[in-house]
Design a binder for this molecule. Structure first.
Ligand SMILES: [Zn+2]
Length: 153
């Protein structure tokens, strides 16, 4: 990966975790999920997707890796462990990719940014931290409490 020099400001304010994408500065009287905001989140989602894809290329590359027999059984065990970890990671990645695709779909349908449960605005800052969120913080919290209760029964 080519390391690009990122302006200091962008790094300092990157809540998105993506270098070069700074938090959106909402303009005065700007409507929630204005065209500008939609474009902002589309960029975040596309960029996250691109990063995952780059990562999975590396995984495939490593799995293909050296096919020659490893003489040392310890090396072989380590390699199998690494492959196991990578497969689990790529499972997480493909789940995330699916969520990103769904989020992009919601953007196309102009449903993006609204809570699936109560219909309220999820909020720009929450979405920047978690661009695939489908619940507002209140519903998410309730959801987690319910899950915990079910878990303890
Ligand atoms: Zn909600």
């Amino acid at each position: 990966m080519i390391k690009k020099a990122v302006p200091e400001m962008a790094v300092a304010t990157s809540v998105t975790g993506l270098p070069g994408i700074a938090p959106y500065q909402t303009k005065k009287n700007e409507a929630y999920m204005s065209e500008g905001l939609q474009a902002h989140f589309r960029l975040i989602l596309e960029e996250t997707k691109r990063q995952i894809m780059e990562g999975s290329d590396n995984t495939v590359e490593a799995l293909r890796g050296d096919d020659k027999e490893l003489a040392d059984p310890a090396d072989k065990a380590t390699r199998e462990e690494i492959i196991g970890l990578m497969l689990r990671a790529s499972d997480r990645e493909s789940k995330l990719l699916r969520k990103i695709e769904e989020a992009l779909q919601r953007l196309d349908n102009e449903d993006y940014g609204y809570c699936e449960s109560c219909g309220e605005e999820i909020g720009v800052r929450r979405l920047e931290a978690r661009p695939t969120a489908t619940l507002c913080i209140d519903c998410k919290t309730l959801d987690e409490i319910r899950e915990k209760q079910q878990g303890s029964n």
